[in-house]
Design a protein around this ligand. Structure first.
Ligand code: F55
Length: 829
């Protein structure tokens, strides 16, 4: 008898607990064994955290069986593997998603209930792994799950940050940041691999000598070395059929302590080398679109890129013996330019270590690597000062110059003008000499992709125009997607259950089968049940709002939601200004039958992004006034929820009626939150930007609320000169709002507080808030009108769910596999 069984027998007598049956019984026994022998707790005294750990370890055992089977199978097949290089993996919690994919959600619930533990309560205690900033990091996490699902053998490579994205606190309406400590209770999902460690060099010099055939041989002698140690996390695909690996690198010092210094009494100095080395994997940069210019960031980029390339080359040689076949067996996908130094590092490995010729090495590098771009904003394109690269990575700088010389010669031969040469060059001569990482990634890749149809077209016209001329056909589009396992099944079990009852199980394996729902869109009985699920999700969010903000909101109101990173181009400001206009209108026209609305906001601003922080403060200032104004009669509430992360998104998104996707057209590369909302039955108010354009094509123009200038119109207006004053003059409601904000109506204790925000809008308005305000406001009133006809609203919402299947990241991954990686995929299920 297990000690755990004995303890349980005692507990069982004390209270009448439901009996577990069948699978749940054996799973309960596994949980109890973990609790006893791995956690070291008697069930009688175990706390919630202990149960969470025990359950996670029990689930992990089941996953590991499949993991080894997958890994063995992949090895035996001898085929190609994908290596997804990303400085960010915004994975969130893994327990429920893992249970769901393993088909163990019900089993685990029953097993725990039989020992008096509530799965939902302990699942909430899991730390949210926030190893990313926003969409780019979350996309990497969705892709990992989809690659396991559709049978793409893949490794995700990144950094095991000790501190993920900062925790956001809202104090008196202002954002403050504090460190996030996701590893505080340990991490049950990871396996440290101390034996898998690589040396990563920095600094030093390059020694050139003559090889046996008279050619130059280069040996880089780094001045410093850091160790990269692997930590592996299994990534389970749908139905647990395949399990891939997320391998995150942790930095360690080769000499943990200087004993000489320590013995001489310098106890702190004895640790400085170690602290410096290990700082590389200490913290995620909260950069979000503007790259951090620090040396540490470049060290992070090279650290994980070099470790990952060393690892995959070692794996390749072990299995295939021959470096020349690398591109047939390995596809390296660069998630933005953060790992772009891979181009130079792989060249260095091939030339300096494997003695390959330049031409062969470059062909092999290009055939192996491909690159995804996530932004066109010029200020967001990564570049590094030449002197910094020269000092930190001298051999790579040589290689970059050599690549550049050949690319420019090729361009010249193809007829490039001086201006084109300057644009194609990896070295930017315009702003002090800098290495353009986008250009390096582009020339070192066989395919370069954007993340929505519009974005990929704009890439060809803007940042990569000349590179596209010199290398026609290299740019391709891969519209983003989201995993329906996490974003529908796990986050919205109520809707997933209703869909199953209505259209059967097919959509679970193939999200495009959601179209089977179309015939039910007008069915009153189905509409009722659909609305009931939404209502329950809204009641849950209302509870969260009450608990975190002490604000009561009515689940019957229209829940209007904008959650995403705080950024001027995403235009949370447009939303809050329109909210103020509505507030004014409700007070001036109390007789009208206003639609009760709850405006929900959440999102982090980069710590140094002052204007974004002022927008957060403005939202909170407005909330304070609106939420307590009796004249509003509860028709309008404003809630800013602190610390937006994946776990909070899982509560907010299923509860939304209206999804705000209102970026200045041409500026949001794709968006992925837009897809999550629509899949969960929210209607979208949005501009023709990013993937909104394709969402309109799929759900139908009648089922999405598009307003505002197009990307071409935005460009034209900027070219001819913006005129915000004219826009303000033309719309009295807007003028009134700006007057109120600017004169301190919402900040009576500090009337000047929002002056800067208003002045910026009045004098420059780069993001065209005043240009789009009027059409946005008009569209909101049309939305009010539709809300008044629930059957019509519900029909549109249901059609959104039915038609969003194409935005599954399974489809995206199949597209990458077919058109970039050259890999087969399998049917799911
Ligand atoms: C993080 C660090 C730096 Cl240095 C630059 C950018 C980022 C970042 O987080 N970018 C990001 O999230 N970009 C987003 O990528 C999504 C996935 O492709 C897109 O949907 C979204 O439009 C884009 O803004």
């Amino acid at each position: 008898l297990y000690a755990a069984d004995a303890a349980l027998a005692v507990a069982d007598e004390a209270s009448a607990l439901p009996e577990a049956t069948g699978d749940a019984r054996s799973f309960r026994d596994l949980i109890l064994a973990k609790l006893t022998y791995a956690v070291g707790k008697d069930p009688i005294v175990a706390r919630d955290h202990d149960w969470l750990r025990a359950l996670s370890l029990a689930l992990r055992d089941r996953i590991v069986d499949r993991w080894m089977a997958t890994t063995r199978g992949v090895y035996r097949m001898g085929g190609k593997r994908v290596y997804y290089f990303s400085l960010e993996f915004l994975i969130g919690r893994l327990l429920k998603d893992g249970l769901n994919n393993m088909g163990l959600l019900g089993t685990a619930r029953e097993a725990l209930a039989s020992v008096g533990v509530d799965l939902d309560v302990i699942a909430e205690l899991e730390a949210d792994a926030a190893l990313g900033n926003g969409g780019l990091g979350r996309l990497a996490a969705c892709f990992m799950e989809s690659m396991a699902t559709v049978g793409v053998p893949a490794y995700g490579y990144g950094i095991r940050y000790e501190n993920g994205l900062f925790r956001q606190n809202i104090i008196d309406g202002w954002q403050t940041e504090s460190p996030e400590n996701w590893l505080a209770y340990g991490n049950p999902w990871e396996f440290p691999r101390r034996e898998v460690a690589y040396e990563i060099g920095f600094g030093g010099a390059v020694e050139a000598s003559e090889g046996w055939d008279g050619s130059a041989v280069h040996a880089w002698k780094p001045a410093e070395t850091v160790l990269a140690v692997a930590h592996d996390t299994p990534v389970v695909g749908w139905r647990g059929l395949r399990v891939n690996t997320l391998r995150l690198w942790s930095a360690r010092s080769p000499d943990p302590i200087s004993l000489d210094a320590f013995n001489a009494g310098d106890h702190i100095g004895a640790l400085t080398a170690r602290t410096k080395a290990e700082s590389i994997s200490r913290v995620l940069y909260p950069a979000d679109s503007t790259p951090a210019g620090q040396e540490l960031r470049l060290r992070q980029e090279y650290f994980f890129t070099s470790a990952s390339l060393q690892d995959l080359v070692r794996r390749h040689l072990k299995q295939h013996r021959e470096i020349r076949t690398l591109a047939q067996k390995a596809a390296v996908q660069l998630n933005d330019t953060h790992p772009a130094i891979a181009v130079a590092e792989l060249m260095r490995i091939l030339i300096d270590i494997h003695a390959m010729s330049w031409a062969d090495a470059f062909a092999l590098t290009r055939d192996t690597i491909s690159y995804t771009n996530h932004t066109l904003l010029p200020e967001a394109l990564e570049s590094w000062p030449v002197p910094l690269l020269e000092r930190l990575l001298p051999r790579h700088m040589q290689i970059i110059y050599a690549i550049n010389a050949r690319v420019l010669t090729e361009a010249r031969a193809a007829g490039a003008t001086d201006a084109m040469i300057a644009a194609v060059s990896i070295i930017d001569e315009g702003h002090g000499r800098r290495v353009r990482m986008g250009n390096l990634a582009f020339v070192g890749s066989h395919k370069v992709n954007g993340v929505s149809a519009l974005h990929s077209e704009l890439m060809k016209e803007t940042v990569f125009r000349d590179l596209n001329t010199v290398f026609p056909g290299r740019i391709t589009n891969k519209t983003n997607g989201i995993t329906p396992r996490r974003w529908l099944m796990t986050a919205n079990p109520g809707l997933a259950g209703l869909l199953r009852e209505t259209i059967g199980e097919g959509f679970l394996d193939d999200a495009e089968k959601l179209v089977a729902l179309e015939p039910f869109a007008r069915d009153p009985g189905f509409q009722e049940r659909f609305a009931a699920v939404k209502h329950a999700n809204k009641a849950r969010l209302a509870k969260t709002i009450q608990q975190t903000l002490g604000l009561r909101v009515d689940p019957a109101a229209l829940f209007d939601v904008q959650v995403k990173r705080m950024h001027e181009y995403k235009r949370q400001l447009l939303n809050i200004l329109e909210t103020i206009a509505l507030y004014n209108a409700i007070r001036t026209h109390p007789e009208k039958d206003w639609v009760p609305r709850v405006k929900v906001f959440a999102g982090k601003a980069a710590a140094s992004y002052t204007s974004a922080k002022y927008i957060i403060k403005l939202i909170n200032d407005v909330a304070k006034m609106v939420n307590t104004d009796p004249a509003v009669r509860n028709l309008l509430k404003v809630a800013f929820l602190p610390n937006y992360n994946v776990s909070l998104a899982e509560v907010i998104i299923p509860a939304a009626d209206l999804s705000e996707q209102i970026s200045t057209a041409g500026m949001e590369a794709s968006g992925t939150g837009n897809m999550k909302f629509a899949l969960n039955g929210a209607l979208t108010i949005g501009t023709l930007d990013g993937a909104n354009v394709e969402m309109r094509d799929h759900v139908g123009a009648d089922n999405i609320f598009i307003f505002g200038l197009t990307a071409a119109e935005v460009e034209a207006r900027r070219a001819k000169g913006l005129n915000p004053r004219a826009n303000i003059e033309a719309d009295p409601a807007l003028a009134e709002v700006l007057d109120a904000v600017g004169s301190g109506v919402f900040s009576p204790a500090d009337p000047q507080r929002h002056r800067g925000t208003v002045d910026n809008l009045t004098n420059s308005d780069w993001f065209l808030v005043t240009d789009d305000f009027t059409s946005y406001s008009a569209m909101q009133r049309r939305i009010d009108a539709l809300w008044g006809t629930p059957a019509a609203w519900r029909e549109k919402a249901i059609l959104n769910v039915a038609r969003m299947g194409w935005f599954s990241s399974d489809r995206t991954i199949r597209d990458y596999s077919d058109e970039i990686w050259g890999l087969p995929t399998v049917k799911v299920g």
